[in-house]
Write a protein that binds this ligand. Structure first.
Ligand code: AMP
Length: 138
């Protein structure tokens, strides 16, 4: 049984991708808590931080910084939260290692609460993905 993120890696379901390399993939969260909410995943499926090989952890960390710099330049947020959940009790829903990048703006409603969502259509997600991807391509 493979995760929904493995299905994205294999191209079986669509995602608004902003970056890809041999080990990692970055795409827009389908239910963003803020505009530009991006996920970075390890392409190979490991459930969580505890099971992830160090090499994959480093690859995800490098992509996280790469995408974060592109988000900063393309969307000009005032800040950025990095969130990584491990276990259902910590709020993990997809058991395939991933990091959340959540741009933040002054007066945007306070600290991240994963229950708060930014209304987005697939077109909205594609538009913001284009903005970040174009920055990465520069
Ligand atoms: P977590 O609670 O850390 O496991 O986060 C899982 C995240 O995956 C949630 O923020 C979901 O909105 C997001 N998500 C679930 N399915 C998809 C999908 N098909 N494409 C993009 N993001 C997704």
């Amino acid at each position: 049984m493979s995760s929904i993120f493995s299905r994205i890696v294999r191209g079986e379901i669509p995602a608004a991708t902003v970056y890809e390399d041999d080990l990692t993939l970055a795409f827009m969260d389908i239910n963003p808590v803020a505009r530009g909410h991006t996920l970075v995943i390890c392409k190979e499926e490991y459930p969580d931080l505890f099971t992830l090989p160090a090499e994959a952890l480093v690859a995800v960390a490098r992509t996280t910084q790469h995408v974060a710099l592109a988000i900063r330049t393309s969307l000009s947020p005032d800040g950025l939260n990095i969130v990584q959940n491990n276990g259902a009790s910590a709020g993990q829903v997809i058991f395939h290692y991933h990091v959340h990048l959540i741009p933040r703006w002054e007066n945007d409603g306070g600290p991240v609460r994963m229950g708060r969502h930014h209304e987005s259509t697939p077109t909205d997600l594609q538009a913001v993905a284009d903005q970040i991807r174009q920055q990465i391509a520069r």
